[in-house]
Write a protein that binds this ligand. Structure first.
Ligand SMILES: O=C[C@H](O)COP(=O)(O)O
Length: 241
């Protein structure tokens, strides 16, 4: 039985005050019927402290958006596993396309970060996905298989979540056809040693498309950016039918 995980990725949004305001609205909108799924918020480092306190005893789990591969060292601007563990987090996003595109993340550094997360008992959410150009050139499968092959060297597939995020669908409102997302996720699963890895879809997930996305047999959850910033819209996504 595969675990269903709906995760919000706040990216570089929300101050501590805004994070607390979000939680007040969000928790009151969660349905009891959604208890069969895990709810995760991957928040900016600066809100981990306040979120950790506010979520104590709650069903909502906390995640970070990056982790360095070393435990400490001269790496200005980076955050390590032991630093994250102090906040009681369970998940960490690794290899998001924005990290790959704007911050020089490579498959090699993604692999190091994945293994560091697991070394500290955290569950990494590995993001893979193709650009519009790669899709149009018919390179989607080759690119994703290459990412998986390189990123997963030495990674324990029993403590792993994968998010298929077509880059052209991120923040654009241009959602991937649900049947196509299902097809690609099925292909990703076929390349794994552990077929029970939770594989999410990410890219313009909204309250009005989540039911259709989650009805697809290969899709085990969602990694939600923009629509996770508003309490009502993220609660509607978590409460999908
Ligand atoms: O991590 C989340 C994804 O990048 C999706 O972002 P989005 O829901 O704003 O398209």
């Amino acid at each position: 039985m595969r675990k269903v995980i709906i995760a919000g990725n706040w990216k570089m949004f929300k101050t501590q005050t805004e994070a607390q305001e979000f939680l007040q609205g969000f928790t009151s909108h969660l349905d009891e019927t959604s208890e069969d799924r895990e709810v995760v918020l991957c928040v900016p480092f600066t809100t981990l402290g306040i979120m950790s306190k506010s979520l104590h005893g709650s069903r909502i789990l906390l995640g970070a958006q990056n982790i360095h591969w070393e435990d400490s060292g001269a790496y200005t601007g980076e955050i390590s596993g032991p630093m994250l563990l102090e906040f009681g987090i369970r998940y960490v996003v690794v290899g998001h396309s924005e990290r790959r595109q704007y911050f020089g993340e490579t498959d090699e550094t993604v692999n190091w970060r994945l293994r560091a997360a697991q070394r500290h008992g955290l569950t990494p959410i590995l993001c893979v996905g193709e650009t519009k150009q790669q899709r149009d050139a018919g390179e989607t499968e080759r690119l994703i298989f290459s990412q998986l092959e390189k990123d997963l060297i030495g990674v324990d597939q029993n403590n792993l979540v994968i998010a298929y995020e077509p880059i052209w669908a991120i923040g654009t409102g241009d959602t991937c056809e649900t049947t196509e997302a299902n097809r690609v996720i099925g292909l990703i699963r076929s390349k794994l040693i552990n077929p029970n890895v939770t594989i999410q879809y990410g890219g313009s997930v909204k309250p009005d498309n989540i039911d259709e996305i989650m009805a697809q047999p290969e899709i085990d959850g969602a990694l939600v950016g923009g629509a996770s910033l508003q309490p009502e819209s993220f609660a509607r996504i978590v409460n999908y039918q």
